[in-house]
Design a protein around this ligand. Structure first.
Ligand code: AHR
Length: 495
């Protein structure tokens, strides 16, 4: 047997980045495939509630620990007429959705979605269409959602049976407007001007809202960096967050680079912060923008056959990827990266929530919803509260083709000063077992009692099994444990 690689991770309760914004553990529901129809919503399903939303899915959404949901797209929003989705359902138009070449029946619209998030206690994050539409339609939607009464759109909402305003606080100014695939795609100058003007109008309707401006739809985009700079020259003073999107997959079977995706995400965040802060410095602004990583996941996108379906129909099964233990390890590592950047990344959205590249699968024909392998690292990370501790890692470097040299072990830790709860998250990116010494001199007692581990070798039945920490060796200020090759582990208190 090869001898294990050794590494150390040091944490201290006084060395932290402040509280983690709970909105970091958000997800995304798009009118795409079976995410809405046949996903969260399926009237006639044995577990459907009186509104037609699936109770079995809602139970798993609660268990997942989701805090926020972005809606209604995604690429879908760039052709969406939100007015189609309000009022009597029987009078709503069926439209050809050009983003996914599907039929959109508009049975679920703004009021239905916001009713669902309210019942589940989730914060909604709505995107406005800046592809085929503009300032007026976006301002009207804010008026419809957030003004109490006495205006045309707020009175329409009340007439539609929603007496109290929805009070939507978070809004995205379009989606991936840098992408040539986007309906109404624009160059950075045109988008920056439109985003600034639309944001200004939306905040005139409701000054309490917060706005997310589109950053790049990936670090590999040819316009990356310049896009953010130009957009922020126009929109810096109006917006509150810059968006980032990233999907990771093994390219040409390069497993080692795939396992280093967390390091790539960390570099991406650093680049966007540098660009945003440079824009702030140029205007001598005292405000510093935060980030909204509002689409992230593992997605085998290169296997996606494209959306040119011969016969457009309602809710075709699209992007229904089945995830493996390996994918779950990478998702766990991406979460480690988000926690390690929690001082500047306020919002995160795992894309997406149900059926479409999702942690929850909702089969048809009354079959109960089930958890994918990626469900587990998300639910176990989202369950932690408190501050993001600085976890200092000393580990050998792994050399990767796509991301250069990366540490073989990654780590994050959280500490809740109110409850004393501590969690430590670890990924072994290498194909060797790792012996990790966790140093925690500042904690008089580190009440860690249970480890949950996912191994790439678990395949698509990976479930994050609990194991008591019988292999823990410690002297009070340090603890040593073994991590299997290519694995994700969380250490927490016994519950
Ligand atoms: O999440 C799937 C798609 O990926 C979204 O519609 C789009 O924003 C991104 O390119």
């Amino acid at each position: 047997m090869p001898s294990p690689m050794t590494a150390s991770v040091s944490i201290d309760p006084e060395h932290h980045r402040g509280p983690i914004d709970r909105r970091l553990f958000g997800t995304f529901v798009e009118h795409l495939g079976r995410c809405v129809y046949g996903g969260i919503f399926e009237p006639g399903h044995p577990h459907a509630d009186e509104h037609g939303f699936r109770g079995d899915v809602a139970d798993l959404v609660r268990e997942l620990g989701v805090t926020l949901v972005r809606y209604p797209g995604g690429n879908f929003v760039s052709g969406y007429r939100w007015e189609d989705g309000i009022g009597p359902v029987g009078e709503r138009p069926r439209r050809l959705d050009l983003a996914w070449r599907s039929i959109e029946p508009n049975t679920v619209g703004t009021d239905e979605f916001l009713g669902w998030t309210a019942r589940l206690g989730l914060e909604p994050m709505l995107a406005v269409n800046l592809g085929t539409r503009g300032i007026q339609e976006a301002a009207d939607l804010v008026e419809y959602c957030n003004i109490a009464e006495g205006t045309a759109w707020s009175d329409r909402r009340r007439a539609n049976g929603v007496a109290r305003p929805h009070g939507v606080r978070l809004w995205c100014l379009g989606n991936e407007m840098d992408g040539p695939w986007q309906l109404g795609h624009k160059d950075a100058h045109a988008y920056g001007v439109l985003a600034a003007q639309t944001g200004q109008a939306m905040k005139l309707v409701d000054p309490t809202i917060e706005l997310v401006v589109c950053g790049s739809s990936g670090r590999d985009m040819p316009t990356f960096g310049q896009w953010e700079s130009t957009v922020l020259e126009h929109a810096y003073d109006v917006v509150d967050y810059v968006s980032l999107h990233a999907y990771y997959e093994p390219h040409d079977g390069d497993r080692r680079s795939f396992l280093a995706s967390g390091a790539a995400m960390h570099a991406f965040i650093g680049d966007v912060l540098a660009t945003a802060d440079a824009a702030g410095a140029r205007r001598r602004s005292r405000r510093r923008l935060r980030l909204s990583f509002d689409e992230w996941n593992v997605w085998y996108m290169s296997e996606f056959p494209g959306n040119d379906q011969p016969e457009p129909r309602v809710a075709p099964p699209l992007l229904e990827q089945i995830y493996s233990g390996l994918d779950a390890v990478v998702v766990g590592d991406l979460l480690i990266t988000l926690v390690n950047n929690a001082d500047r990344v306020a919002i995160g959205c795992l894309a997406q929530l149900v059926n479409v590249i999702a942690p929850i699968m909702a089969p048809p024909d009354g079959v109960p919803a089930w958890r994918q392998a990626t469900f587990h690292p998300f639910s176990l990370t989202a369950a932690t509260t408190g501050r993001s501790l600085v976890a200092t890692v000393d580990a050998p470097e792994l050399s990767t083709a796509r991301h250069g040299d990366v540490p073989a072990v990654s780590a994050a830790a959280t500490h809740d000063p109110e409850t004393g709860a501590v969690s430590v998250f670890l990924v072994n990116r290498s194909d060797l077992e790792a012996e990790v010494t966790l140093r925690h001199p500042g904690f008089a007692e580190l009440p860690l009692a249970v480890a949950r581990t996912i191994r790439a070798a678990d395949g698509d039945v990976a479930t994050a099994g609990a194991r008591p920490l019988t292999d823990l060796m410690g002297d009070g200020s340090a603890t040593t444990l073994r991590l299997p090759p290519e694995s994700w582990t969380v250490l927490t208190q016994a519950s």
